[in-house]
Ligand binder design. Structure first.
Ligand code: ADP
Ligand code: ZN
Length: 839
């Protein structure tokens, strides 16, 4: 099936009236890749109960049940098919705003997907029950029978016999037509949950908190208690400290803090808990907010440079343009955002603060809450469905606790009541672009459009702006503000390039550590500083090779070598997750001569154990950060200086603020330089500058060592001298020469199928047809470096779209070619995937 469906010309999208009066039909958007909306008859349902964005339960296909959205009204029956009737209306108030619907349509049109695909991504699936959705009893749900009606009782009983049932199956037990509203209601009452894969890995980071047992809140009881404490001086000491901590605040008190302040042991605390005097309870770290209300702290005074940048941003806002804040690492961009956020919150409007990765929220939320208190909420894809659903309603109602939403790209889809400002932090990060599945949108660009629709301001921030954004700033499309110095005038770290070839020649390497790097690590640790080591590969070694026959184990599903993970003695595929144990002998020739090539973070960590046995090390990569809060734990341990050396992949680069990093070491810069992509050099510059920026953020100047075989490479020289403008000029020049963004736009079209030949033929046919329209602007088809992933072959065509050639028209031509393509029977099963503004 082709993802984007067929011919765009058939689409009546967005054309139907939004006014319900007298309507007998509704147009319904379904959360599926359908090219068209479907028309349903209203039957007895009064049209006045519906508005665009209201959910309805509708039948679809052969006896399937779906949750759809009303998007328009009609008076006449459709001609092509007999309209089915809407089963039930699911909302009193629309779940989705009209503004959101317009935004989704823009995303669908621009990124060449269907509005149904945007709908499916945008709305938490708990709102989208359909026949296949599987539900179960919520653990610990213990409803009072009195509160249940007959049908609800029946459903709960069924779920006691069989723990997981699909909505369709429940529909067979009760009345199909009303099953969706009933289930939605039961989920709302916290009786049922969706069966989610995520729930298994869900281990919230919880902290212990302590409070006085409510029995003792009474003065007399408390007096009595204190009198009886005479024989336990440590316990009364601890209680006194508790009262001190409680004074003038109603913030929760951590058990650990109380223990530290009172200088008592856990045993003392435990004794009081056992006596029933104190109560311990748990809160999740990122849900801890002050119940009392207002902000806790004034934000710090801005320095002169920051004030100037703030002024530039505000005047950029006056001209109704997005503003690019280009500030070196640790220049205090976050403090500047905070001022803008405070302005907006004071004006009673909402703020969306986008970060490239949920992981960053852990550090940032604490920083924001210090100033904004309970007005900050985190939207986390690893939060449970229920939590996300709750936040959805808070945001839509414009509640105070949803004034500032911090989240990764999908937070863009929340139903803001009155959005006033969007901050896109680290705007250059490529995680802002959704890769798979559709919609393949860029959150920065979609945010700018959303802001346009909402009358909101946008500020994009980065120390290393994307070439596109800097280009837009220079052309005046964006306003521009710059912060050239680090806060407190701390110098940017001193950079040194270490020539690996020379170090090898002089026999100065130990493992993957040059003599210089070893000296510097030792020096940093000796002075009580911390160290970050960056290697952009995880695992122990990316390739295992037999020294006798040269055989290297490959993934059975993908065309890649398996990576060796020593800790688990496994070979793993980083594309599909396939893994198996590593045998002692070569599977091809049987000799025990397996050897590894290349190195990943795991190997760096292993070498550290030999070179610096006393240092406490930790590793941060995909393998160590799977649980919801694993990342937070690693970061907090590093912040608390429980770790001396942190080894990690690019996860380390994304906007973390550490106080005490004296040295950053780049183990090997060459793989970044040699990556075959038109953005390789831009990314290499960004990645290295960002990871270097973690060094010396306060007081002492930090050091950065870059190990490489190409110490004279232009990009590395530019990184070492912080020459962003030179890098930009060179990259723009090259891209103009070779025809890449920002000089023009690109669309990548991927063809995917199990059969090698069929992909080849289909892609060739498509490319030929495209050449008739677009001539030389069509590149390919070509196999990507990894041509087979999960047993699917991939082949790409790249289309270059020159400025001035209409984008909408171009897309229509492509869609028409796709229609003809689909008319050819042997091509119909090839998936065609569009990636507009492929990055
Ligand atoms: P960036 O976002 O540009 O990397 P941050 O906003 O994280 O920089 O600031 C770097 C450090 O300097 C942070 O620890 C921050 O608290 C501190 N800082 C920045 N501006 C100020 C200020 N005006 N007053 C006090 N501390 C500041
Ligand atoms: Zn694989």
């Amino acid at each position: 099936m082709n993802e984007a469906g067929t011919g765009a010309d058939a689409s009546p999208r967005g054309s139907s009236p939004k006014d319900s009066s007298g309507a007998r039909y509704v147009e319904v958007l379904l959360p599926m890749p359908l090219e068209r909306n479907f028309t349903y008859a209203l039957g007895d349902i009064p049209p006045g109960t519906l508005r665009p964005g209201t959910r309805v339960a509708v039948p679809f296909g052969k006896s399937k049940l779906y949750t759809g959205l009303v998007v328009g009204f009609g008076h006449r029956a459709p001609e092509a098919y007999e309209a089915k009737e809407v089963y039930r209306v699911l909302d009193e108030e629309p779940l989705v705003t009209e503004l959101q619907l317009r935004h989704w349509q823009w995303i669908a049109d621009y990124y060449m997907c269907t509005a149904g695909e945007v709908f499916r991504t945008a709305v938490p699936s708990v709102f989208l029950l359909q026949s296949e959705t599987r539900v179960m009893l919520r653990e610990g749900a213990d409803p009072d029978e009195k509160d249940l009606d007959d049908t609800e009782f029946l459903i709960l009983e069924a779920l006691q016999h069989q723990p997981v049932l699909s909505v369709g199956e429940i529909g067979d037990i009760v009345d199909r037509k009303s099953v969706l509203p009933i289930l939605h209601r039961m989920i709302g009452r916290d009786l049922l949950v969706l069966q989610e894969k995520l729930q298994q890995g869900y281990k919230p980071l919880r902290a212990r908190f302590i409070r006085l047992h409510p029995d003792y809140e009474d003065q007399a009881a408390l007096g009595e208690l204190m009198d009886s404490m005479g024989r336990a001086p440590k316990q009364s000491e601890l209680l006194l400290h508790l009262f001190q901590l409680r004074r003038g605040t109603d913030k929760p008190i951590r058990s650990k803090v109380l223990q530290e302040q009172s200088g008592t042991s856990r045993a003392v605390l435990k004794a009081l808990i056992d006596k029933g005097v104190l109560e311990e309870y748990f809160l999740e770290e990122d849900r801890i907010v002050s119940p009392g209300g207002g902000a806790q702290h004034q934000p710090p005074e801005l320095n002169a440079l920051q004030e100037e940048a703030l002024g530039a941003i505000r005047s950029g806002f006056e001209s109704d343009r997005p503003v690019l804040l280009h500030g070196v690492t640790s220049s205090g961009k976050t403090e500047v955002y905070l001022r803008l956020i405070l302005d907006m919150v004071a004006a009673g409007r909402q703020v969306l603060y986008l970060v490239p990765e949920i992981a960053i929220t852990e550090q940032l939320v604490r920083r924001l809450q210090r100033v904004l208190g309970h007005r900050v909420a985190v939207f986390h894809s690893r939060h449970s469905m229920q939590e996300r659903a709750e936040l959805w309603y808070h945001v839509r109602a414009g509640e105070e606790k949803a004034s500032v939403i911090l989240g990764a790209r999908s937070a863009l889809f929340l139903p803001f009541a009155d959005l006033g400002l969007i901050v896109v932090d680290e705007e250059h990060e490529n995680t802002y672009k959704q890769f798979d599945p559709a919609p393949r949108y860029h959150a920065r660009d979609a945010a700018i459009v959303l802001a346009g629709l909402s009358g909101a301001r946008v500020v994009l921030g980065s120390a290393t702006p994307s070439i596109e954004s800097y280009h837009n700033a220079r052309s005046g499309k964006y306003a521009y503000a710059r912060l050239d110095r680090r806060f407190g005038d701390v110098l940017l770290p001193e950079m040194e390039l270490v020539d690996l070839a020379e170090q090898f020649r002089k026999k100065k390497m130990q493992g993957h550590f040059s003599e210089r790097l070893r000296e510097e690590v030792e020096g940093a640790l000796g002075q009580g500083g911390q160290v970050i080591l960056f290697q952009n590969r995880r695992g122990f070694a990316p390739i295992v090779e037999c020294a006798s026959c040269g055989h290297a184990p490959q993934c059975r599903n993908c065309d890649v070598s398996l990576t060796f993970h020593r800790h688990r003695k496994e070979l793993r595929c980083h594309y599909c997750g396939f893994h198996r144990l590593l045998e002692n002998t070569c599977e091809a020739c049987g000799n025990p001569t397996l050897d590894t090539k290349g190195f990943g973070t795991e190997q760096v960590e292993a070498e550290l154990a030999e070179l610096f046995p006393k240092a406490r090390t930790a590793r941060m990569d995909l393998d160590t950060t799977r649980g919801k809060h694993a990342y937070g734990r690693i970061i907090q341990a590093f912040e608390a200086r429980e770790t001396d050396i942190l080894v990690g992949t690019q996860m380390l680069t994304k906007g973390l603020d550490f106080r005490n990093v004296a040295l950053v070491g780049i183990m090997n810069a060459d793989s970044l330089l040699n990556f075959p992509h038109f953005r390789a050099h831009e990314r290499c510059f960004q990645l290295l500058t960002q990871v270097a920026g973690r060094a010396g953020r306060t007081r002492e100047r930090g050091r950065v060592l870059i190990q490489t075989y190409n110490p004279n490479h232009q990009i590395l020289q530019q990184v070492a001298s912080g020459a962003y403008d030179a890098m930009y000029a060179e990259q723009v020049y090259e891209r103009e020469q070779f025809g890449y963004p920002p000089a023009l736009r690109i669309i990548r079209i991927t063809f995917r199928h199990r059969e090698y030949n069929r992909v080849g033929e289909g892609a060739a046919w498509f490319a030929r047809s495209m050449r008739m329209h677009f001539g030389k602007d069509v590149l390919g088809p070509e196999f990507p470096p990894v041509a087979r992933i999960r047993n699917q072959y991939h082949k790409n065509i790249l289309l270059k779209i020159r400025p001035g050639s209409g984008l909408a028209q171009t897309k229509n031509s492509i869609k028409r070619i796709e229609s003809s393509f689909n008319a050819i029977s042997q091509f119909r099963s090839i998936r065609v995937i569009y990636n507009v503004d492929y990055i």
